[in-house]
Design a protein around this ligand. Structure first.
Ligand code: SF4
Length: 134
């Protein structure tokens, strides 16, 4: 979240974290889960990612906060929302240039991942079945 008196880097990155909202979702396991994520990704300015740190799945809606001014500063900083207050400058994404998040921008990205997962599961089941026969 950006601030006038915050850690001072908000204008440098253009207050990136004030320009989207993120909602955590379940890791997709079923065809219904898959369809839901494909539906998310069919919308403009929406992406889905897996956080590299905690492995959570998230849907991100890229849309700027209406309290952001033209210079990337918060116009209501003293009265900003709790979620903005909770933001830890130490985890600022502007300094996190090596994020290893898995990002799905399109249904094609996600479909590729899903097919790979299915193939991996089939190989695992095959290996387990062969192991039981021995
Ligand atoms: S209220 Fe202020 S700090 Fe919170 S997202 Fe909006 S611009 Fe950023």
């Amino acid at each position: 979240m950006s601030s006038k008196k915050g850690h001072g880097d908000c204008t440098r990155c253009g207050a990136r974290c004030c320009r989207y909202i993120v909602v955590e979702i379940e890791k997709p396991r079923t065809k219904i889960d898959r369809e839901e994520i494909r539906w998310f990704l069919a919308h403009k300015n929406v992406l889905v990612y897996v956080d590299d740190d905690d492995k959570t799945w998230n849907v991100q809606f890229t849309t700027p906060c209406e309290h952001l001014d033209g210079e990337g500063r918060c116009r209501i900083y003293p009265g900003r929302y709790e979620i903005c207050r909770d933001h830890d400058p130490a985890t600022c994404e502007a300094s996190d240039s090596e994020s290893g998040d898995t990002i799905f921008f399109t249904t094609a990205d996600f479909d590729r991942w899903w097919r790979n997962q299915q193939a991996r599961r089939r190989r695992k089941r095959g290996a387990e079945a062969r192991g039981k026969k021995r």
